[in-house]
Design a protein around this ligand. Structure first.
Ligand SMILES: NC(=O)c1ccc[n+]([C@@H]2O[C@H](COP(=O)([O-])OP(=O)(O)OC[C@H]3O[C@@H](n4cnc5c(N)ncnc54)[C@H](O)[C@@H]3O)[C@@H](O)[C@H]2O)c1
Length: 313
């Protein structure tokens, strides 16, 4: 049977690369991109695109019926830093969009869902090092509360209605094709742009703020591997812990200095420091390794090389 895929929030940092990769894999016309705004030229010119508000169930249902969609990747959300400024808007977007997609699957209008969670589901009382899959969570940010609630609902829809929903707790993601959209780990992308354009960067986190991070290629591969894994292998229906590397801004600066020796960094922490301080330093992703054979490929130095090379050209 032919499979048609809908990406919601396709013009964002992850959605752009996810859409392009899925189009390469399944064919351009099989992957429908959608968002409330238009995206990059490569996204807009490589296949079908619809303006679609994820909080509007009726329009979503129409698009799903029109293209005979069987799989949905829901990437629309308000991220951690922005959500602290607009709590109710963040809650409404993050939860209603998820309910709309879960209900489409419950009604058997689609077969499979990918919905991303985040390391923001963890909070200040969570063990910070090698944070386990199952542990104290108690998120203290609006974004984290919405992601943890989302995880509970995903598991509930799986158990109660047999909805095939799969999810990953992404760490901070580093990419060169699209700028990040208002998260607490955005510094790890901005720093490369500023290193190349100005030779210096003023970081909004303290120099020893260690956080779990991942290069985008690893995140996209993890997403596809999870979605393509045999249903029997998926043991976690809330969201899998996922890890690749952990570092702090000072280590990142040293990695850049290997290529740009004159690069300098200073630190002017803002409100995002509190958010970062509530998150884990490193993640234990042994369940993902065991259940569907997850292995990351990019460490910090390889990420730095790839980022600088692509941003230069
Ligand atoms: N980027 C990261 O480091 C990271 C880490 C952990 C989890 N995540 C999660 O991954 C998902 C995608 O993140 P991202 O970094 O690509 O975010 P982003 O902000 O870059 O992109 C989100 C996209 O959603 C769109 N959007 C906003 N409101 C919408 C609506 N009502 N209907 C349809 N589209 C709407 C935006 O226009 C934007 O293009 C989110 O759920 C996010 O929480 C991201």
């Amino acid at each position: 049977m032919e499979k048609y895929i809908l990406i919601i929030g396709a013009c964002g940092q992850i959605g752009t690369e996810l859409t392009l990769t899925l189009r390469e894999r399944y064919g351009n016309d099989k992957v429908i991109a959608s968002d409330i705004r238009e995206g990059s030229d490569s996204l807009m010119n490589s296949g079908p695109f619809e303006i679609l508000d994820a909080t509007n169930y009726d329009t979503l249902e129409e698009v799903v019926a029109y293209y005979d969609i069987s799989e949905v990747y829901l990437m629309a959300a308000m991220l951690s830093a922005t959500a602290e400024k607009f709590p109710m808007r963040a809650w409404n977007l993050n939860m209603n969009s998820l309910f709309n997609v879960l209900n489409l699957a419950k009604e058997k209008k689609i077969n499979k869902i990918f919905w991303p969670s985040s390391i923001a589901v963890f909070g200040p009382n969570t063990p910070k090092d090698h944070t386990p899959q199952h542990t104290i969570m108690e998120p203290s940010t609006v974004y984290g509360i919405s992601k943890q609630s989302g995880e509970r609902w995903c598991e509930y829809y799986f158990k109660k209605f047999n909805v095939d929903v799969r999810s990953l707790r992404y760490p901070g993601l580093i990419s060169w094709k699209t700028m990040p959209g208002g998260g607490t780990t955005d510094y790890a992308v901005e720093i490369y742009h500023k290193a190349l354009s100005q030779g210096r960067y003023s970081c909004f986190l303290k120099k020893d703020t260690m956080l779990p991070m991942m290069f985008m290629d690893d995140a996209i591969r993890a997403t596809l591997e999870l979605m393509e894994a045999d249903t029997k292998k998926i043991k976690v229906r809330s969201a899998y812990n996922l890890a690749a590397m952990s570092f702090d801004p000072a280590e990142m600066a040293r990695s850049i200095q290997k290529h740009i020796p004159d690069f300098t960094i200073d630190y002017t922490p803002d409100f995002r420091q509190d958010i970062a301080d509530s998150w884990p330093k490193s993640i234990d992703d042994s369940d993902a390794q065991k259940d569907w054979d997850w292995h990351p490929e990019f460490d910090l130095d390889r990420t730095t090389e790839t980022m600088l090379e692509n941003l230069k050209s």
